[in-house]
Design a protein around this ligand. Structure first.
Ligand code: ZN
Length: 694
């Protein structure tokens, strides 16, 4: 089937080959993609040709009659698939940021083809045989450290995908993978249906009491779209749910809406996920066992910095006690408020946001609208340029001569202190219908080496920030400010990456990824930094000390709750994936017992209950929800080093951080790289302090 499709496409589009920009070197400044010449019809032929080229490259490796060496096997494999990489960079950036029906159709067709292509490579017995031969002799082949590391990484990749198993076990594994992918898809479909099915219609104006106007307007618009004009419709999507929980005075409606949310996938209807999850959990244990691991968590974490599930469990347990204690204090404070107001009830989960908001106002008197004028997009952008410049000496210059994929995309050249070219950054700031939600950092080229020449990185940062309106420039919320710093931290990681081999350059484990980003984010709220970039867009007045103080103080607000719900979810994830025998689970019971075991208070639910925990059942975070907190320990510890030195821009430390944690991040194991920078293991105390837990 796949083959037939490929032939069809390659015939149909043959005439396009000559002018297909993916088939030759980009003829643009800094070799950026020639977006003005790329047409949707170029993608499929380039994908097909790219896969064909890579297959030919692999055939050449396995048909070589010389005995396997690094240079005739591992190196050409590492460098294979250039055309495929080129078209993938452009295509998969566009599917996220400027998609359309044509692109979506190509995506549906090409995704299974690519996954199949990948399987064929990693299940290619002859290729594995040659890689294995090099692996076994790696210490006697006069290879340097990096070459040995590349060989070991590839060997492990093959092994982890089942290349080392006997034929019958490979067949079982393929079958399990197939079942898992079907179940995972089913999980997502059920959730989507549940989301769509729930709505809360409000028809009495007094039931909107307490809500901000923006929330009321949005609900009226949703009602209109659903042909319920004159009423208000609230959904369980976060932008509708959270303000309602924070501000709606009607307690019964808060409960109704929150129930709609936390019962997702657990309603005993056609979209119930209990059974789906039980099957996924069971199959994962089987898969791990086939591959020689005790549990699925052991399989996943073996590849991470943490190395073992025990280490993760221990880490989470350490944070759990102080977080829960703090949440209990927050609860006491809110209950006092309820009692004082004469409310004769015990706080319930759907009351938490409402009373927390009241405490926040009373304690910190912080209003978002008071802050926004100081955070115009241009000023915040200058803030990240300033911080990057002070830490690493780099400079930024706006370019106007590069082709872009959408009119308001901005491009910058990044240069070293000595003026040497470092890379290019694309910024795509504002929402549009063709862009998915959220913010992320991607790119169109990775730093590396090709044919003995250095390849410079091309980074892309995509956000969904507030737009300018009328005479008012784009003014960012505090959350957006932090997001820009965060994504730019990922960007710096890509810009600074060095390394000769694709397999290792900048290639870090999952629980390392958020170190560069969260590190950069730490600078956003630093008073010394705020005073440089946070200036009133009208008057140019520097942000007042009083406001800085409020921002700083409120950063520890409600952290007991935030940490507790996050940790509860991370622990639940670990419990599912620590299972060592493939048994039939009763999901409701399992979740209940897991939460009872750690003493979670009934006023707080895990951030995701089992039946809608997409990270672990649908996404790539199985036995991996802990990574956000894990990276935050490193970040807090790293930042502490700067603070202790008395200079948050300490040149010496910045140079070390850049070298070991950014440039050479993939050269060694994550923790070793970190130790090279810090000279010691990270301590957990700085995180506890930062979160207000100590
Ligand atoms: Zn991130």
């Amino acid at each position: 089937m796949a083959l037939a499709t490929m032939v069809f496409f390659s015939c149909k589009n043959d005439k396009k080959t000559s002018d297909n920009p993916f088939f030759s070197d980009y003829d643009t400044p800094f070799k950026v993609p020639p977006f003005d010449k790329i047409d949707t019809t170029h993608f499929m032929p380039a994908f097909i040709e790219g896969m064909k080229q890579q297959n030919e490259e692999i055939d050449k490796i396995i048909n070589n009659s010389d005995s396997p060496t690094f240079d005739n096997t591992v190196l050409p494999f590492d460098k294979s698939g250039l055309t495929l990489t080129k078209v993938s960079y452009v295509f998969f950036n566009l599917t996220e940021s400027t998609t359309n029906e044509q692109i979506q159709a190509i995506e549906r067709k090409v995704s299974p083809m690519l996954s199949n292509h990948n399987d064929e490579i990693f299940m290619n017995a002859k290729l594995f045989e040659r890689i294995k031969a090099v692996y076994e002799k790696r210490n006697d082949m006069k290879l340097d450290d990096q070459q040995i590391r590349v060989v070991e990484k590839y060997y492990r990749d093959f092994e982890r995908l089942g290349a080392n198993l006997p034929k019958d076990k490979q067949d079982s594994l393929k079958k399990i993978n197939e079942e898992l992918s079907t179940l995972t898809t089913k999980f997502g479909e059920n959730l989507l249906a549940e989301n769509k099915n729930f709505q809360m219609v409000v028809d009495k104006k007094e039931d909107l009491d307490g809500l901000p106007q923006s929330s009321i307007d949005a609900a009226a618009e949703t009602a209109k779209a659903k042909k319920l004009e004159g009423k208000w419709v609230f959904t369980i999507d976060k932008p509708s749910l959270i303000p309602f929980l924070q501000y709606a005075k009607n307690r019964d409606l808060r409960e109704k809406l929150y129930r709609g949310y936390f019962m997702k996938g657990d309603n005993g209807n056609a979209n119930d996920n209990n059974d789906v999850i039980a099957k996924i959990a069971k199959l994962r244990v089987k898969k791990a066992k086939l591959l020689g691991y005790e549990s699925y968590a052991a399989y996943v974490i073996d590849d991470n910095m943490a190395k073992t599930p025990e280490k993760v469990n221990e880490f989470l347990a350490k944070l759990w006690e102080p977080s829960l204690a703090m949440a209990k204090n927050e609860l006491v404070e809110m209950q006092k408020l309820i009692d004082k107001e004469g409310g004769k009830f015990k706080l319930q989960p759907w009351d938490w946001w409402y009373y927390a908001e009241k405490v926040r106002k009373a304690k910190y008197d912080l209003d978002e609208n008071e802050m926004k004028p100081y955070f115009s997009l241009d000023n915040v952008k200058n803030g990240i340029f300033h911080v990057s410049g002070k830490l690493y000496g780099i400079t930024f210059e706006k370019l106007t001569n590069l082709p872009v994929y959408f009119s308001d995309v901005e491009t910058y050249e990044v240069k070293e202190a000595d003026g040497k070219h470092l890379g290019i950054v694309y910024f795509d700031f504002h929402p549009r219908d063709s862009k998915r939600g959220g913010a992320w950092c991607g790119g169109f080229e990775s730093a590396g080496w090709r044919d003995g020449k250095k390849v410079d990185p091309i980074v892309s940062i995509v956000c969904n920030f507030t737009k300018a309106s009328g005479d008012t420039p784009a003014l960012l919320t505090w959350d957006e400010v932090e997001t820009l710093f965060h994504e730019f931290g990922h960007g710096l990681h890509s810009l600074f990456t060095e390394g000769k081999y694709n397999r290792t350059a900048g290639n870090v484990p999952r629980d390392y990824v958020e170190l560069p980003s969260q590190f950069m984010e730490s600078y956003a709220s630093e008073p010394e930094v705020l005073k440089i970039y946070a200036k009133h867009y009208k008057t140019g007045e520097v942000i007042p000390d009083k406001l800085i103080e409020k921002i700083q103080n409120s950063s520890k607000f409600n952290q007991g709750f935030t940490m507790t719900e996050l940790l509860a979810a991370a622990i639940l994830d670990m419990d599912y994936h620590n299972l060592t025998d493939p048994r039939d689970l009763n999901i409701k019971e399992f979740e209940k017992q897991a939460m009872e075991k750690i003493g979670l208070i009934p006023e707080i639910l895990p951030r995701y209950r089992s039946t809608y925990f997409s990270h672990i059942w649908g996404g790539g975070y199985a036995a991996g929800y802990y990574v956000y907190l894990w990276a935050e320990v490193l970040v807090a510890d790293a930042y502490e080093a700067f603070k202790q030195s008395g200079d948050i821009f300490n040149k010496d430390l910045a140079t070390k951080f850049r070298k070991h944690c950014l440039e050479e991040s993939g050269n060694g194991e994550g923790m070793d790289q970190y130790r090279k920078f810090r000279g010691q293991d990270p301590a957990i105390e700085p995180l506890l302090k930062r979160r207000g837990l100590k």
